[in-house]
Ligand binder design. Structure first.
Ligand code: LLP
Length: 414
């Protein structure tokens, strides 16, 4: 459930009319709902309330400081994948001792930064990374807390670009190698083995792949225990899908109950790394129709938002609902909603039944995750502004980029 609903034929974000936001801040514009973010975070946290756990929001989904701060105030942990995300979390008031650091390519500088701050755990993704982390920790006189990300080799049944738990993917340590790498981790003097970790993909709409991964990971935990290697936590990663269209992904409570049942009486703290499930449906992307254009049978609505602002449709052929802020009565036609960027792939949606006129405002739903964070300046387009609504208040949480900012680091030849 989210807090974007129609009242009197106008779309509202909580108690604020979205068209008012478009007028006040201009378009294209990202609009987030604080109540929705909080609701989704609590859905996870409550689902595992009776069991030791930590919800580590995956920062990559939406790393705006205000979003991170709202979640930090709830007591959220964070899953980061770069020194940049680490700095953002700290800037937003997150606690280092609730941060897990994922990613296959951590640099020495990033390891140092995270060790100095005292993060909760490094999710180590290879034997080589383990050796390097041990060296860096030793040099700083620290003990690095580690979990090993193991690739359970299950098919998440999701888009190939966002499936990560198959052997052929670059992520994690193979199951056949895992015990050896754990044994090595335990020998290394500057590491402290804390957990096991997996993440099998994103936008999963079925429970079964999660359960298959859990079974394989728990069997590994048991094998490790019989070799005298004990772990405190099991990080199940992120990946729970959201309804973009008619998908019916499991709710967090159903997902958590199934995991807990599998866990049995093993005393493992559970860590979750949800990104999309918290942020996607807490955000809209608002854009204005510039022109209508007919090409024979085909109708185009050319809008002021483009693939540089929201790349999911172009990159993954992702379908996101596109709805008018103030629906018109009367006949609809099938429109391709396209942006001004000079690429055929620059579309936000195809064949959408809408009744449109130039000047109309549209909202692309489910844009709170992997929306603004994946935006670029392609075609020298300044990135959109971001606004957070809280009840009947709205706050500009990121200014629209100004042109001069786009080339401020560039230099002419002498
Ligand atoms: N943990 C790890 C280690 C991850 O790699 C990811 C996402 C997450 C957690 C969060 O997954 P989520 O709960 O959001 O599914 N840009 C793509 C999604 C890429 C996901 C990458 N990893 C998209 O727009 O669909």
């Amino acid at each position: 459930m989210d807090h974007f609903l129609y009242q009197d034929n106008a779309l509202f974000a909580e108690d604020v009319r979205v068209s008012e936001l478009a007028r006040k801040y201009g378009t294209p514009l990202y609009v987030y709902s604080r109540a929705t973010l909080e609701r989704h975070w609590h859905a996870f946290d409550r689902a595992v309330a009776a069991h030791p756990h930590l919800v580590c929001y995956a920062v990559k989904a939406n790393s705006n400081l205000a979003v991170l701060n709202v979640l930090a105030r709830l007591g959220s942990g964070f899953d980061i994948v770069s020194g940049g995300e680490l700095a953002r979390v700290i800037q937003a008031g997150g606690s280092p001792d609730k941060i897990v650091f994922s990613g296959v390519g951590k640099t020495v500088a990033e390891m140092e930064q995270a060790l100095e701050l005292g993060i909760y755990c490094f999710n180590v993704e290879s034997a080589a990374e383990l050796e390097l982390l041990n060296e860096v920790a030793g040099r700083l006189g620290k003990l690095a807390p580690v979990s090993l990300r193991v690739n359970p080799d299950v098919d998440a049944g999701t888009h190939p670009y966002i499936s990560t738990g198959l052997k052929e993917n670059k992520f994690g340590i193979g199951m056949d190698e895992a015990e050896t790498v754990f044994a090595r981790a335990q020998q290394l003097p500057h590491l402290q083995v804390k957990g096991v970790d997996c993440h099998i993909g994103s936008q999963l709409t079925e429970l079964q792949p999660f359960l298959d991964a859990m079974d394989r990971m728990l069997a590994l935990v048991d094998r490790l225990a019989s070799r005298g290697i004990s772990v405190e936590h099991f990080d199940v990663g992120g990946g729970l899908g959201v309804p973009y269209d008619a998908e019916t992904p499991p709710q967090p409570d159903v997902y958590a109950a199934a995991l807990l049942a599998r866990l049995g009486d093993r005393k493992l703290k559970l860590i979750f790394e949800p990104g999309r499930a918290i942020a996607a449906n807490a955000g809209l992307f608002v854009t204005q129709v510039l022109y209508l254009k007919d090409n024979g049978d085909k109708h185009f609505a050319i809008v002021d938002g483009a693939m540089n602002d929201l790349i999911r449709p172009a990159l993954y052929s992702a379908w996101q609902n596109i709805i008018p802020l103030e629906p018109r009565v009367g006949m609809t036609r099938a429109f391709d909603i396209v942006g001004p960027v000079c690429e055929t792939g620059d579309f936000l949606g195809k064949d959408r039944q809408l009744n449109l006129e130039a000047g109309d405002l549209l909202a692309v739903r489910s844009s709170g995750a992997y929306g603004f964070v994946m935006s670029s300046n392609y075609n020298t387009r300044p990135r959109a502004a971001e606004v957070m609504v809280d009840g009947d208040q709205d706050y500009l949480v990121r200014e629209r980029e100004k042109l001069a900012q786009l080339w401020q680091g560039e230099r002419l030849l002498p």
